[in-house]
Write a protein that binds this ligand. Structure first.
Ligand code: SF4
Length: 282
């Protein structure tokens, strides 16, 4: 049995909770198979749960398979303006469950690009949230992964951040932009949910022997929690669910202090399973 400490803030964030609840509500309302554009969240267990409730993910390049009046839910990451227009033009019923914080970024990018600002996004250019945001300024944004810029920068810049970025990268970005460009309008759009999770993971990982970070393998906010925890606690592991806890791991942590945190797309029931196993209740 280990002594388990759960991070003060861990698991589902407001935007993800809202998107999942919205999809379940809409499915009940239409009482038929409904779709989400891409997996609603980065968690295989939740995806399975949604499928049991007649909610299926579909890729944008498979959209021809849908018929008029089929219902499609936009996930919390959001999409480009063009994608929404295309779905509506196809006669689909579009339910936009984009997180309001992401919608706010899209609106800013749209507004300031129309006012003649060149948009810079701090984030991962392959992440759907960043691809979506870029679509609100005609895919014209300069995207930096850590605040470094190789290219010459234009003089009028509006900069925003992917919601899951680190503050450190944001500071870097603003500092470098200020040195290289004359007018910089900066909106720190890093989400509080991400920050508080990161802070809690940082605090907890300093006082435990082992850290368990729970979340999807392809979830960027979970990966960041892992990196933060690993800096303080070399014995940090990343798992998707309780099934990945090996006997050796459980045994080797008997009597030790184990900290647990979870990414924004990890539901409570998975966190509970991991706690129960590590506490020896299972
Ligand atoms: S992490 Fe923040 S911005 Fe992203 S979905 Fe959750 S609440 Fe919204």
């Amino acid at each position: 049995m280990s002594k388990v400490l759960l991070a003060e803030n861990a698991g589902f964030c407001f935007g993800v909770q809202r998107a999942v609840e919205e999809a379940i509500k809409i499915q009940k309302q239409y009482n038929k198979k409904i779709y989400t554009l891409g997996p609603l969240i980065h968690n295989n267990d939740v995806v399975n749960y949604l499928e049991e409730n007649n909610i299926f993910a579909i890729d944008y390049n498979e959209i021809d398979q849908l018929e008029q009046d089929d219902v499609i839910v936009i996930r919390s990451h959001g999409v480009t303006k063009k994608v929404i227009e295309d779905l509506e033009n196809r006669g689909l019923i579009v339910v936009n469950a984009t997180c309001p914080y992401v919608t706010n970024i899209q609106k800013k990018v749209n507004k300031f690009s129309e006012k003649g600002y060149n948009i810079v996004i701090l984030g991962d250019k392959k992440h759907p949230e960043v691809i979506g945001i870029n679509g609100w300024c005609n895919d014209s944004a300069i995207i930096t992964k850590d605040g470094s810029f190789d290219e010459k920068l234009p003089n009028k810049i509006c900069v925003v951040s992917q919601t899951t970025e680190k503050q450190e990268n944001w500071k870097n970005t603003v500092t470098n932009l200020s040195l290289k460009s004359k007018e910089v309008l900066a909106f720190n759009t890093i989400c509080q949910a991400t920050e508080v999770r990161q802070k809690s993971a940082d605090n907890l990982s300093k006082i435990v022997d082992t850290m368990i970070v729970i979340g999807g393998r392809n979830s960027s906010n979970t990966t960041k929690l892992y990196e933060i925890a690993k800096k303080n606690c070399s014995n940090t592991i990343h798992i998707e669910n309780a099934k990945e806890l090996t006997k050796e791991f459980i045994e080797s942590n008997k009597g030790k202090k184990v900290g647990i945190t979870a990414g924004a797309s990890t539901p409570d029931w998975i966190i509970k399973e991991v706690i129960d196993i590590m506490e020896g209740n299972n």
